[in-house]
Design a protein around this ligand. Structure first.
Ligand SMILES: Nc1ncnc2c1ncn2[C@@H]1O[C@H](COP(=O)(O)OP(=O)(O)OP(=O)(O)O)[C@@H](O)[C@H]1O
Ligand SMILES: [Mg+2]
Length: 253
């Protein structure tokens, strides 16, 4: 196995309409999976993660309010539906993709996350299969559920597999300044002065603010840089996977 691992997250803001409950953007899913298929001859070792979008955030918000097990399970089943759409779209293009549902392999001990999926990921990669993970509700030692974001899975996978490249696709061109311009480069010093908000939609995992925090940590603690780009724009996923220098976005290092 070539040990150059790419970690790519396609945000829920891309594959779903975050403002409309359980609304997938099927055409976008098709285009992105095509771009992955096209790039794959050049890039074999990919861990794909997708966000929950409107298949997870509104449902998880209900769970946060009620604390009912049923509502956490509804969230999980709902995100799995989105995962299935993506995996099936990949399979239609002859891509080998395997769903890995965090609920079945990640646990939380009062908020501390224990990932027990490394071997599955390793074996899938070794067999030339793309593991497809997603934000999910996971069991917690306390008997309640914990909400695990796709962004957390990105930093886990990147750290664990010493990713060569980490890409985060969302519905914006990058990290934006107060005046709406894309900040080309984010370093630990700079971010403190940028006012980053969460998300304009329901987002139970901290939106852009938490995303940048996690990626900054990945860069400073593990020396793994990442690039945040707009995955709603055609070819950007392909550009990320083929290391095209024209990819426009924010580099976090
Ligand atoms: N300074 C900022 N720069 C860029 N985006 C910002 C900023 N502040 C807030 N945002 C919001 O962050 C959103 C992207 O984060 P969000 O968590 O909604 O998407 P996502 O992570 O792709 O979705 P999911 O969590 O479902 O995977 C953008 O749509 C934007 O509205
Ligand atoms: Mg988010």
């Amino acid at each position: 196995m070539n040990d150059e691992i790419y970690v790519l997250k396609i945000g829920g803001s891309v594959v779903t309409e975050k403002g409309k409950e359980k609304t997938a953007r099927r055409e976008v899913i098709k285009r992105i999976t095509k771009e992955i298929a096209l790039a794959l001859s050049a890039r074999k070792n990919l861990i794909l993660i997708h966000g929950a979008g409107s298949y997870g955030h509104p449902q998880a918000k209900i769970y946060q309010k009620t604390g009912k097990v049923k509502d956490a399970l509804v969230t999980h089943e709902s995100v799995k539906e989105l995962n299935r759409l993506i995996v099936l779209s990949m399979m239609e293009l002859e891509l080998k993709a395997v769903p890995i549902h965090p609920l079945s392999g990640v646990v939380s001990k009062e908020g501390k996350i224990k990932y027990k999926i490394k071997e599955q990921l390793q074996l899938a990669l070794k067999a030339g299969i793309i593991p497809v993970l997603h934000g999910d509700t996971i069991l917690d030692k306390k008997g309640v559920f914990h909400i695990l974001s796709g962004d957390q899975l990105v930093t886990y996978a990147a750290r664990e597999f010493k990713a060569k490249k980490v890409g985060i696709g969302t519905d914006v061109d990058g990290v934006l300044s107060d005046t709406g311009e894309v900040i080309k480069k984010v370093t630990p010093v700079e971010t403190d002065t940028i006012s980053i908000k969460g998300s304009k939609y329901v987002d139970v995992t901290g939106g852009m603010k938490k995303k940048v925090y996690l990626l900054k940590k990945l860069a400073s603690e593990n020396s793994i840089p990442s690039v945040l780009f707009n995955a709603l724009k055609e070819s950007n996923v392909y550009k990320f996977l083929t290391e095209d220098k024209d990819l426009f976005g924010t580099v976090i290092l």
